[in-house]
Each structure stands twice: as structure tokens, then as C-alpha cells.
Design a protein around this ligand. Structure first.
Ligand code: SF4
Ligand code: SF4
Length: 334
């Protein structure tokens, strides 16, 4: 008997959307349920909206259910529930349960510090596709220097233990910054150790994107790593090197096929805490208000009109330069 071939999520989304009229379908969404959080990480882009007036503007539970129904009717398969810290919402458990009951594949992004036995037990019965916990420092000092939350290191470790004990799918992830640059490879090693006796390996993600805060302030860039630092980290580890090679190859192949580089608005979408539908969490130049209109209208009629610098580039005008730092750089031909 031949086995069913596996393909990656992005490949699936790309192939799937190519077969649809207009080539677009809302397969996968990221939903920022709140900008609230119990921590105040130095590089956090949502923390500036962790204020009383913004909290009062957040979607209510009935509004979330109504929008989720519409997303479900539109055929979406995958939902990532994130924040801020989604677990600070008192109704998070009910939102999660509703998403599972609808049949979504649910990923939860969390800082891990608010996880309890009760939540972990519930997840053991009704598991997320993936739980992604931010883990930016290997020692209490470096961890809490970033989170600015006393006791957050131990609470995060306790949260990780709750997930491990139930053998739930887990990814730990680190944003590489000036303040933890020398710890990234050690954190990766630590994560590999966590997974070694488990049937499910604990995944690890390293990212280096530091983005402006939602109020536009750019002070966060003081924490951003230089390109050389990122290259040094990636080149020092065989798995990171292989991942960089894979990503560059994928980007080149997609450009040669004339495909766009990004799935935002194509088969992915983003909703913020106030019900604004956007291309992705990194591109909030324009929004469609789901409080005033329907998801179908927002996704099919308005999202394609939203501006995105990368999507404006015609493939024949693009060249890829990988020579300088090993990263695929997209440049416009003269
Ligand atoms: S844990 Fe996440 S949401 Fe909370 S402050 Fe840190 S980066 Fe922001
Ligand atoms: S900004 Fe544009 S190209 Fe970049 S991830 Fe968002 S939608 Fe994609």
C-alpha cells in the first residue's frame, strides 16, 4: 500500500489557492485576541496597546463567536490564537473550545506563564495542533531582563512542564536580540534535551524580526541584531544552516514560478484584537472592520486591494541575491 505524500502547510496553501477561481482562499488565519499581557517584554509590539482604553475596544465574546462562524463558513481550516497573551482573556477557554468544536486546527501562541493544570488537562482532552511558547532567555537573569516580569522564568518553566507531562505538541521559540544573542544556540540545545525522551520532538524556532510597536514607535530597534550577528548564529548550527538553505531555495523557486513570496491575503489573513481584518500581523496599513461588515466581503472584496510592498513587484523585475550574508535578498532589477 502506498503512503499518502506529505507536503508543507505553505505548499498546500499555494497549490490549493492556485486551483481556485481568483487563486485566493482563506485557508489559515492568525487572530490576535488581545493586546493585554501579564509581561512587558522589551521588544513587544503589542504592549503599547495594553491600556484601559484599548482593552475597552477589544472584541467581546459574542462578537468573536459571530466572526468565527463566518470564518468557518468561508472554509478556513487553521486558526492561530495569539495576543498579547491570549490566556489573560477570562473567556479564552470558551473561545478555544468553540474553535475546536467548529473543527479548526488550532495553534496557540502563549508566553507559558499563565498555564495551569486545568488548562493543560483540557488541552490533553482536546489538543491544539501546536502550542508555541516564547522562550527568550536561558537563565532567570536574561529571561526576566527581557520579560521585565519577576518570577516569569520559573512560571514559564512550570508551564512548559505541564505541556511536556501531557505530551502535547510543543514549539519553543526565541527572538534573537542584542540582549540574548549569545544564548540562542544554548537555548536550542536545551530544547533538544527537553524533547529527547518524548515521542513528539519539541520543536524550536529562532526568529530575528523586531518590528515597530503598534503605536508606530521604533525604539525597539535598539534590540535588533545586526545582519552579521544573525548570519553568525545561523552558520554556527547545522539545522539553522539547512533551514536557511531551504528557505532561500523555496523563495527562489516560488519567484521563478511567478508566485508571490507571501501568503498574506492569498490564503492567509490576520485579525486584530479590535476586529480589523488585515493581510498579516506585520502589515496593518489598511484594515477591514469585521464589526461593520462580513468576513466574506472583507476577504474577497477588500483584502486584494490592500497595499503590500512585496506584492507590487512583478516577478520579472525581481532578482535574488544570496551572496552577501547567506539570506535571500529580494532586489528589484534595474
Ligand atoms: S509575552 Fe509576548 S505579548 Fe507578552 S509582553 Fe512579551 S512579547 Fe508581548
Ligand atoms: S507585509 Fe506583505 S509581504 Fe510581508 S508578510 Fe505581510 S502581506 Fe506578506
Amino acid at each position: 500500500m502506498s503512503s499518502i505524500p506529505c507536503i508543507t502547510g505553505p505548499d498546500f496553501g499555494e497549490r490549493f489557492s492556485q486551483r481556485l477561481p481568483g487563486g485566493r482562499f482563506p485557508l489559515s488565519g492568525q487572530w490576535e485576541l488581545t493586546c493585554r499581557c501579564n509581561l512587558r517584554c522589551v521588544m513587544c509590539y503589542t504592549d503599547c496597546f495594553n491600556t484601559l482604553d484599548k482593552i475597552q475596544q477589544e472584541l467581546s465574546f459574542p462578537e468573536i463567536l459571530r466572526i468565527m462562524d463566518e470564518i468557518h463558513e468561508a472554509g478556513c481550516l487553521e486558526l492561530c490564537l495569539t495576543g498579547g497573551e491570549p490566556l489573560v482573556r477570562k473567556d479564552f477557554g470558551d473561545i478555544y473550545a468553540y474553535a475546536k468544536q467548529k473543527g479548526f486546527l488550532v495553534t496557540v501562541f502563549t508566553n507559558g506563564t499563565l498555564l495551569t493544570e486545568k488548562i493543560a488537562d483540557y488541552w490533553a482532552c482536546s489538543p491544539p495542533s501546536m502550542i508555541e511558547i516564547s522562550f527568550h532567555g536561558l537563565t532567570q537573569r536574561s529571561f526576566e531582563q527581557i520579560t521585565q516580569g519577576a518570577g516569569s522564568y520559573e512560571r514559564c518553566l512550570a508551564g512548559i512542564r505541564l505541556i511536556l507531562e501531557r505530551n502535547l505538541p510543543l514549539t519553543l521559540k526565541t527572538t534573537g536580540m542584542t540582549v540574548n544573542r549569545d544564548e540562542v544556540l544554548k537555548i536550542k540545545e536545551y530544547v533538544a534535551g527537553l524533547g529527547k525522551d518524548r515521542p513528539n520532538k519539541v520543536q524550536y524556532k529562532f526568529g530575528s524580526d523586531v518590528r515597530p510597536r503598534l503605536d508606530g514607535s521604533e525604539d525597539v530597534y535598539q534590540y535588533q541584531l545586526l545582519e552579521n550577528d544573525i548570519t553568525d548564529i545561523e552558520q554556527a548550527d547545522p539545522e539553522f544552516r539547512a533551514e536557511r538553505f531551504r528557505q532561500n531555495g523555496e523563495a527562489e523557486a516560488r519567484l521563478r514560478e511567478g508566485a508571490i513570496l507571501c501568503a498574506g491575503g492569498q490564503y492567509k489573513f490576520h485579525i486584530d484584537a479590535y476586529g480589523q481584518l488585515q493581510l498579516c500581523s506585520n502589515n496593518r496599513r489598511q484594515s477591514y472592520d469585521l464589526r461593520r461588515g462580513s468576513f466574506q466581503e472583507g476577504f474577497y472584496r477588500f483584502l486584494p486591494l490592500f497595499p503590500c510592498p512585496n506584492k507590487a513587484l512583478a516577478p520579472e523585475l525581481i532578482r535574488i541575491d544570496t551572496a552577501q550574508n547567506g539570506k535571500a535578498q529580494v532586489a528589484v532589477q534595474d
